[in-house]
Design a binder for this molecule. Sequence first.
Ligand SMILES: [Zn+2]
Length: 89
Amino acid sequence: MNEPRPVLRRCVACRELLDRQQLWRVIRDHREGVLLDRGMGRSAYLCPTEACLDEARRRKRLNKALRCQVPDSVIATLQERLSFQRDSR
Ligand SMILES: [Zn+2]
């Protein structure tokens, strides 16, 4: 049996190539707008770290990657996830 090969995606902030499963996925869905983890359309990937989220927010990397305005609520949700990860450690 073949090992499933990881699908590599580039983080929009640090530009590292990483296994897609380790990254957050932000999708510009055709109908619903910008979504996290699900949807059909242009996708941007981001490391689940404070450094990359900060960088992405300050330089508007997600907006540029998705070619649209990413709502603050999306960024806020990612920040919540980060603090949740911190608290559960
Ligand atoms: Zn990154």
